[in-house]
Design a protein around this ligand. Structure first.
Ligand code: SAH
Length: 254
């Protein structure tokens, strides 16, 4: 029997966002590994073992999953959103690179999912309609100085920026500092989108400007899109505004 490992993206929350490929990979697995709230989203499957772990234990989780796959099991590791975006796919690759030679010959598949920035963008128009980048504000795995340099570079070069991991209990001040940093490069009226728990029952979207961003609520389940100088807001009577970045760059910021 040859084992196999699938690293599966569950999308942002609602079952409608799980792709048929992801559903098939999950149903086929004999063992599931993941952060408990993500495992809770996977429909129960008779005889399937579930191994929940804390969200800070990604490398240990990846190694445990690889061990079971190497022993012959069909294993799935789950991530919210897309597994390749600040999630388990890179942890699995790190474990394979550091681990025993046998892990390199395992059958490994990466099953994509809808990542948070695309789910948030789709709720509000087309904020990612022109060049954009994604940045995690977590300084658990990189220094705060590096994050500031990347914010400077991205905002200075005119990219729309998707900010993952803006806030957590252990990281209360980073978002405020990032907003201050962005103000060095972008006008006060730059649109920002705060998308919270998109695709879940408590979903909430706020459209604010850079100068009003300090008061917008953000938590661990929030994805923030910072517009560029070109990003526009279309007000609509009785409806949420549309936020979009035109296909053509109007201005290259200095
Ligand atoms: N792999 C995930 C991202 C993991 S990092 C993905 O592709 O979406 C975790 C961060 O993702 C959160 O702090 C938040 O910024 C964002 N996020 C995840 N799910 C979200 C959702 N449903 N709504 C808004 N943001 C979300």
């Amino acid at each position: 029997m040859t084992g196999q490992l699938a690293v599966v993206g569950l999308g942002p929350g609602d079952a409608r966002y799980v792709t048929p490929e992801a559903s098939a990979a999950l149903a086929d697995a004999q063992a599931l590994f993941g952060y408990a709230p993500y495992l809770d989203r996977v429909p129960a499957c008779a005889g399937q073992r579930r191994h929940a772990s804390d969200n800070r234990e990604e490398l240990a989780r990846a190694s445990a999953a690889l061990e079971q796959a190497a022993a012959g099991a069909r294993v799935a590791v789950v991530s919210g959103g897309d597994p390749g975006v600040f999630a388990m796919a890179a942890a699995v690759c790190e474990a394979i690179e550091r681990g025993p030679e046998a892990w390199r010959t395992l059958d490994v598949a990466f099953v994509p999912g809808i990542t948070a920035m695309l789910a948030v963008a789709a709720k509000i128009g087309a904020p990612l309609g022109h060049d954009f980048c994604a940045l995690s504000l977590s300084d658990n795995l990189k220094t705060w100085e590096l994050i500031e340099r990347r914010l400077d570079a991205a905002a200075g070069a005119g990219f729309v920026i998707a900010l993952y991991n803006p806030v957590s209990r252990a990281r209360p001040w980073q978002l405020g500092k990032a907003i201050e940093r962005l103000r060095r490069h972008l006008p006060a009226a730059t649109p920002m989108v705060f998308g919270r728990a998109v695709g879940r029952p408590d979903e909430h979207i706020d459209v604010v400007t850079l100068d009003g961003a300090d008061n917008a609520p953000a938590d661990m389940a929030t994805l923030i899109i910072v517009g560029s100088r070109d990003t526009r807001v279309i007000a609509r009577a009785g409806k949420t505004p549309l936020v979009y970045t035109p296909r053509a760059a109007v201005e290259v910021s200095a």
